[in-house]
Ligand binder design. Structure first.
Ligand code: VGL
Length: 212
């Protein structure tokens, strides 16, 4: 795979405090805050840098409760299972990880999961059936991008779906494991196999981009 700076973008998927041990009551991912240096380094190989953030309302239909715990199914077209409430604008969990650049220095922003009855994972579509675009695919195409380097949180959910969506949109996708962390190790192993089978190139260290 040839990586050309001019036609490459770097994608920071949901690098938010709500997915780190800083917010234990949200969706803490082990080592979630350790990905910052790798995200910043992978961005040096790309002309454009984009991010997505979960931006959930305070009262979504998918929020876990005492009676309806995390992972229990929830009825609705664009929700699947319940999660602890996370990444609500105005709270700490919504914030980008410390050490990432200011929002305004990115080239494109995706805010997703805003509707109370929708909980998308991938950053390219607002719904679970991939029909309502967030605009990021169109932006990257219009900019002449053909390769996307992905990192973020979590490998087995939002990163996984974002990578698969980008592959379906015909981008070459590099998944940088140094810039990702997963929620469950079993689900992460499955997700890596799925992404690889779909055509993603998986690297373990950002340095591997030097030889590309
Ligand atoms: C995520 C589970 C629920 C993620 C978001 O960002 O990977 N995972 N909501």
């Amino acid at each position: 795979m040839l990586i050309t700076f001019e036609t490459t973008a770097s994608f920071d998927v949901d690098p938010q405090k709500g997915f780190t041990p800083l917010c234990p009551e949200e969706l803490p991912v082990e080592g979630g805050h350790d990905i910052v240096a790798a995200l910043n380094q992978q961005a040096t190989f790309a002309r454009l840098r984009v991010f997505s953030k979960d931006a959930h309302p305070a009262n979504p239909i998918w929020a876990a409760t005492h009676e309806a715990p995390p992972f229990s199914p929830v009825k609705g077209e664009d929700v699947d299972v319940r999660w602890n409430l996370h990444c609500v604008p105005g709270t700490r969990g919504f914030q980008l990880l410390d050490g990432l650049p200011p929002i305004k220095s990115y080239d494109f922003a995706v805010y997703k999961g805003i509707e109370p009855d929708m909980h998308p994972y991938g950053a390219c579509f607002h719904d679970l059936k991939d029909t309502l675009s967030t605009g990021v695919i169109e932006f990257l195409k219009q900019q002449g991008i053909d390769t996307v380097i992905c990192g973020g949180l979590a490998t087995d959910h939002c990163v996984r779906l974002t990578v698969l969506q980008l592959l379906r949109a015909d981008f070459q996708v590099v998944l940088n494991l140094e810039a990702c962390r997963g929620i469950s190790s079993t689900a992460t192993q499955q997700a890596l196999a799925e992404m690889k089978a779909a055509g993603a190139r998986i690297i373990h260290r950002t340095n591997e981009l030097c030889n590309s």
